[in-house]
Design a protein around this ligand. Structure first.
Ligand code: HEC
Length: 168
């Protein structure tokens, strides 16, 4: 009559099951809690699945043969020239500084453009831009924009035949 006091463990097999259960049930509960806590954290982050699976580096191919939009003088100035000419860095004549430009303007549009195309002093050729990105015509428009900010009276250069249509 040893089984009469209602013990759950009635055989060695049950004994083993009980030992395993008492060991693994808390473990599973802890695991579930960890997953729950982690999923809570992920909700706080703004990381989306899209961001998680996004490639680390992205290639941005340009179609070299695609017709390129001709940039205005202001656009070229802001993209290329302003890094020096906005602040006067490296001794560059500043945008809008009449005093700094008056002597330079004397050489006229062609002279100024030639300085930019070839480079002058601390200014690299084409202001450092590649001819694939900024054409001579676009450089010219930037020269006009920059010069006219400081009392120059240059008129917009004529678009070369190849670019004339795109410029319209
Ligand atoms: C890295 C700095 C830098 C960048 C970028 C730059 N310039 Fe200059 N620029 C200079 C400096 C410095 C001078 C003065 C050069 C000298 O007289 O020695 C100068 C001079 C000039 C002159 C007067 C040239 C002359 O003959 O007196 C023009 C015009 C000019 N820049 C236009 C531009 C245009 C247009 C761009 C953009 C496409 C540009 N620059 C980009 C630094 C820069």
């Amino acid at each position: 009559m040893s089984n009469e006091h209602g013990s759950l463990i009635k055989s060695p097999k049950q004994m083993i099951i009980m030992v395993f259960a008492s060991f693994f049930v808390p473990l599973i509960i802890i695991l579930l809690l960890m997953i729950y806590v982690n999923s809570g954290k992920r909700g706080e982050n703004t990381t989306t699945t899209e961001q998680l699976i996004k490639p680390v580096a992205q290639l941005n191919f340009k179609d070299a043969s695609a017709p390129r939009e001709i940039q205005s003088g202001e656009q070229v100035y802001k993209a290329v020239c302003s890094s020096c000419h906005a602040s006067g860095a490296a001794g560059a004549p500043k945008f809008g500084d009449v005093g700094a430009w008056s002597a330079r303007l004397g050489q006229g549009y062609n002279g100024l453009l030639a300085s930019v195309v070839k480079g002058k002093g601390a200014m690299p050729a084409r202001g450092g831009a590649s001819p694939a990105d900024i054409s001579d015509y676009e450089l010219g428009r930037a020269v006009v924009y920059l010069s006219n900010s400081a009392g120059g009276k240059l008129s917009e250069p004529k678009a070369p035949a190849t670019e004339a249509q795109a410029a319209k």
